[in-house]
Design a protein around this ligand. Sequence first.
Ligand code: 5GP
Length: 114
Amino acid sequence: MSKTIFERIRDREIPASIVFEDEDVIAFRDIDPQAPIHILLTPKRVIPRINEALSSDKELLGTLLLKAAEIARNQGLAENGYRLVINNGPDGGETVPHLHCHILGGRTMKWPPG
Ligand code: 5GP
């Protein structure tokens, strides 16, 4: 099976502006930012989308959310706030089948989302 774009970033096959990495997750700036700060945080191990996560992924999913908040704090977003987004499937706007959390901040977000 061919690698996802995010696996190729993880494996340094294509460049990205990486802001954080440990043994479980990697975070990098979105190539098409939708806010002044737009970072993608993804598990290194591929889970295609949240709908396909298993109960055995519970710890990794917890890590993902806690790390998203830590990255947001480190980016200076905690005081004014930020948005975390996980798109799932075609109607959810998912385009890369490798679970990732969008960290969006630096502007006021609208609700409902488009
Ligand atoms: P999704 O639509 O699946 O929730 O989000 C995929 C995101 O990946 C999009 O915001 C898109 O701009 C970003 N993206 C797609 N290709 C690349 C790439 O090659 N590098 C980076 N840094 N981001 C990408």
